[in-house]
Design a binder for this molecule. Structure first.
Ligand SMILES: [Zn+2]
Length: 177
């Protein structure tokens, strides 16, 4: 019973964070993604929804042990085949109690140590990161440490990059819930 109450509280908290950051200042349309995790389960925004419209019952629950199989698979070289493998593993990890399809960004969220993860796509930050010398500009003006991933060839690679980044693995205390 206690576990059910704890889960409900976690989902209420991530829903409130989703609404707080699901504004045009941080995301456009269905962009951005939020999640919350325990040791065994990751709840993530379903694809095709917006942060501002999320409700606790809409989050897709994934078995983290099954999701972690992604890190052991040698992916096919061809991109469509690679994406199929990723989708199959992710589909298999969805708990039977969940409806909907987990965002393709779920493995990235799973790879981060923080309980609550909010990732957004603010136009201002996209502008800086796409600019020449963008990394140096971020170092100058970011209020907190950040991770910099130089390319995104596939979901799996993003996760690997994420887990290699010291700051993504261990976010600064100020950003922890
Ligand atoms: Zn994203």
């Amino acid at each position: 019973m206690k576990q059910t109450q704890d889960t409900a509280k976690l989902l209420e908290q991530i829903t409130a964070l989703s609404h707080q950051y699901g504004t045009p200042d941080y995301v456009r349309g269905g962009g951005g993604n939020t999640s919350v995790k325990t040791a065994k389960t990751l709840w993530v925004k379903p694809s095709g929804t917006t942060l501002k419209d999320l409700r606790p019952d809409l989050f897709v629950a994934l078995d983290r042990a099954k999701l972690s199989r992604l890190y052991d698979i040698v992916p096919p070289a061809e991109s469509a085949a690679r994406e199929t493998v990723v989708k199959d593993v992710m589909g298999d990890a969805v708990l039977p109690s969940s409806k909907g399809r987990a965002s393709v960004e779920a493995p990235l969220h799973d790879s981060l140590a923080a309980t609550f993860v909010v990732h957004t796509h603010p136009a201002l930050v996209n502008g800086i990161t796409c600019a020449k010398e963008g990394k140096a500009a971020c170092q100058k003006c970011s209020p907190m440490p950040f991770g910099w991933i130089t390319s995104i060839p596939a979901t799996r690679s993003v996760c690997r990059s994420g887990t290699k980044s010291k700051h993504l693995r261990n976010p600064p205390a100020a950003s922890r819930p």
